[in-house]
Ligand binder design. Structure first.
Ligand code: SF4
Length: 329
């Protein structure tokens, strides 16, 4: 028999504003009747991508797959400047969904290049945001895990440190301290996104109040993995899943009465509600399991702030003409 009595969804979860706005731009373009593509998956979430597909929005891996005159949405991670130029040269309508925070990072990098610094970029190599940033500073040295800093970070007179938006703040601060000893002048540009910081704070807060955390997000999402790691640091066991269907084995909840749910910046809040409902259904006490849907709804309503909504569009008309309403908060 299930033991879970209460479910708690961390505050300020759901899409970050960068992801939300890029998705909204794609929807608006499609609703305006334009043949719309996104360059790369606009978000690493199968449910969202298939929703967009149902609206006629296609994901392409290269600009060569977009027909002349069609619209292409640049996702929140941004792209190298030459990709923008090529899209325009090919006669595509470029809808720039690059997050304003990432645009700021790109500008800061250009300035550091102009000022002649040796640039160290804390980031996950090959992550689309990092690939895009390197287009602005091709000589920047990308470093990730602490074990590689000694070998990769040079000793230079003038160095600058900057970060991919979703890197954990502690890692950025630690690398900054490490670099102090390797340079005469060190310029630190803290570009860790505030959304990332708030998400981590809220996850830690929730983790401290529950017996077990369920972290929802892409398997390879660095910001999701970091949330799981933080739960462990505060001493709360955590499991990481991609979606509600991954919760097949109820034994993980044995003896737990309060369970928390949080998610990465690419996870829509509706997915958190679905996970909450599933937990209550498979592991709740009989009384709770019978009201799983209502209780999951209440948990989401208690957590989601306007900033955590899934869309800024009150409603939109998709390509086929049917009106849909978005946003659960
Ligand atoms: S994590 Fe922050 S910087 Fe990155 S896309 Fe989201 S809002 Fe923008």
């Amino acid at each position: 028999m299930g033991t879970v009595e209460t479910i708690k969804i961390a505050k300020r979860t759901g899409f970050c504003y960068g992801v939300r706005e890029a998705i909204d731009k794609a929807k608006e373009s499609s609703a305006a009747g334009k043949l719309t593509h996104t360059l790369g998956q606009v978000v690493h979430n199968e449910g969202v991508v298939s929703d967009l597909q149902a609206m006629g929005i296609r994901t392409v891996e290269t600009l060569d797959d977009v027909d002349h005159g069609a619209a292409v949405v640049i996702r929140a991670h941004g792209v190298r400047p030459d990709v923008m130029e090529r899209a325009t040269a090919r006669g595509l309508e470029v809808i720039d969904g690059t997050c304003t925070w990432v645009i700021q990072e790109q500008k800061e990098l250009l300035r550091l290049v102009d000022e002649g610094y040796t640039i160290v970029l804390l980031g996950t190599p090959k992550h689309p945001e990092v690939v895009g940033l390197l287009g602005f500073a091709p000589d920047a040295i990308v470093v990730d895990e602490e074990e590689e800093w000694e070998a990769k970070v040079p000793r230079k007179k003038r160095m600058a440190l900057i970060s991919q938006s979703t890197q954990p703040p502690w890692k950025f601060e630690k690398l900054a301290a490490f670099m102090v000893g390797r340079s005469h002048e060190l310029k630190i540009v803290n570009t860790v996104c505030p959304v990332t910081i708030r998400r981590q704070e809220d996850t830690v807060e929730a983790a401290q109040e529950v017996d077990l955390m369920v972290v929802v997000g892409g398997r390879s999402s660095a910001n999701t993995k970091e949330l799981t790691r933080l739960c462990g640091i505060v001493g709360t066991p955590a499991i990481q899943i991609e979606h509600a269907a991954d919760l097949a084995d109820a034994s993980v909840f044995d003896g737990k009465t309060v369970v928390g749910v949080t998610g990465g910046t690419s996870t829509p809040i509706e997915d958190l509600r679905d996970v909450a409902e599933r937990v209550l259904k498979i592991a709740g006490t009989p009384k709770v399991a019978a009201r799983a849907a209502d209780l999951a709804h209440e948990a989401l309503a208690g957590a989601a702030t306007p900033a955590g909504r899934t869309s800024s569009l009150p409603k939109f008309v998709h390509a086929e003409g049917a009106t849909q309403t978005h946003g659960a908060a």
